[in-house]
Design a protein around this ligand. Structure first.
Ligand code: 7TS
Length: 416
């Protein structure tokens, strides 16, 4: 059990905030209100300490040394793989590949799966609410291997058109790649239903979990997805590390993505043979401290009572939605009944970047822009939004500050 104070189902946000050193500072003379969590989350001290400990005590290269430190580092790296596999309830830790982040994970699958399985005329099915990381790699793969991208539409609320999804599935569909939670709208997609449906046609499904892992428990075995990707830095871990989960049957069949040290069995100038998974997909020296930091971050998250945490975050999102909706001229983009973590909004005719810059004067960090989802923005007829995104350390008090600062922004811009 962790030492986070709880009273029955109550969640003590103040004791959680204590664990995040960065939150206790002022920005432009005001206490920092960090509401850019969909871009990256802050790190609890225990994660920072674990990285510090790695470098001060066991830093060494893995899998190759015969000496004490190398053995220690290898053990830490491989036991992190097991713990991370357990965290997402993956059937086997061999199916967990360490990559740089969600983007690299999708590029790996698009390239490697594509090389083996995408043939001219094949289709890759994505949705209209994908992050560019789940669009561009598939475009590159389609260009290279002769496939075509098909897109499941999204309605005005930001809800996926499930009927259209069913209709778009065909014998040409080679893979479905879908975001679990939209970073631009907060929509939670019915991925279990999507996976089940695609599997009735034997079509594999990749789930982009970059925005879901930070907010709710993931059970890979129950989901039965073929690939699942996420980034460490969005889930309280370091940057530069992420996870690709892939079913053994696919990873075994896919060619390596990159070649180099550690992924080979035998190299001659004529022919090289490769190790089995996971090493086959981990060429070169990996981000060892990142893996250790990510393990600690997931351990931090896993130590919460997840039901309590989800309730807290849902209540906070409802509170923030109600608070922002009460502002005259504020329009929330993305109003799916099933949402997590994100409020994207427009404020009268004020440019989102002006909103972001003005809020920063009050120490409030939000993101403004297209959120790497340009096609989605185009559908809504806008170039971008202002986006507040929440994490477990955000409070109602911070939402109130956001509300008041938006009113101030509106007064400033509309009276000037
Ligand atoms: N997929 C989704 C749904 C994302 O939100 C992001 C990053 C990525 C993939 C890519 O993750 P990366 O860690 O490899 O960069 N989203 C955002 C965002 O919303 N603001 O900044 C980055």
């Amino acid at each position: 059990m962790n030492d986070i104070k709880r009273t029955n189902s109550e969640f003590d946000v103040e004791s959680v905030r204590e664990k995040f050193p960065i939150l206790h500072q002022t920005v432009n003379g005001q206490p920092l209100v960090y509401l850019d969590n969909a871009a990256t989350t802050q790190k609890p001290l225990e994660v920072i300490d674990s990285i510090n400990r790695y470098y001060t005590q066991i830093n060494s290269n893995i899998h190759r040394g015969v000496h004490h430190l190398s053995e220690k580092a290898t053990e830490a790296y491989e036991s992190a793989r097991i713990n991370i596999a357990n965290f997402i309830n993956a059937p086997s830790s061999r199916e967990v590949i360490f990559v740089r982040g969600g983007t690299e994970a999708i590029n790996l699958v698009a390239h490697s799966f594509g090389r083996k399985f995408i043939n001219p005329g094949d289709e890759i099915l994505i949705t209209a609410m994908e992050h560019h990381a789940n669009i561009v790699p598939w475009q590159l793969a389609c260009e290279e291997f002769g496939g075509m991208l098909k897109v499941v539409p999204v309605d005005d609320k930001g809800v996926l058109d499930y009927t259209a999804f069913e209709k778009l599935l065909s014998e040409k569909t080679r893979l479905v790649s879908v975001v679990h939670v939209s970073n631009a709208l907060g929509t939670i997609n019915p991925i279990k239903k999507i996976i089940e449906k695609a599997h009735t046609f034997d079509i594999p499904v990749l789930v982009d979990g970059a925005q879901s892992v930070p907010h709710f428990p993931i059970d890979i075995t129950a989901l039965d997805c073929d690939f699942f990707v996420f980034s460490g830095h969005k889930v309280f871990g370091p940057t530069g590390i992420g996870i690709l989960y892939g079913k053994e049957k696919w990873l075994d069949a896919m060619p390596p993505y990159q070649g180099g040290g550690d992924m080979i069995q035998k190299v001659t100038f004529e022919k090289t043979t490769y190790k089995k998974i996971p090493e086959k997909f981990e060429a070169g020296t990996p981000h060892i401290s990142g893996v250790i930091g990510l393990e600690k971050a997931l351990n931090f998250l896993g130590n919460f009572d997840r039901a309590t945490l989800m309730k807290y975050e849902n209540d906070l999102l409802s509170y923030a939605t109600e608070s922002l909706n009460s502002i005259d001229g504020l329009h929330i983009v993305g109003t799916s009944p099933n949402k997590s973590g994100v409020i994207s909004f427009l404020l009268d005719s004020i440019h989102p970047h002006d909103i972001g810059t003005f809020l920063d004067q009050d120490g409030i960090a939000i993101r403004a822009g297209h959120h790497c989802a340009q096609p989605l923005m185009r559908q809504f007829g806008i170039s971008g939004t202002a986006r507040a995104s929440f994490s477990l350390y955000n409070s109602r008090e911070e939402v109130d500050k956001l509300h008041d600062a938006i009113i101030k922004t509106k007064k400033f811009f509309l009276s000037n």
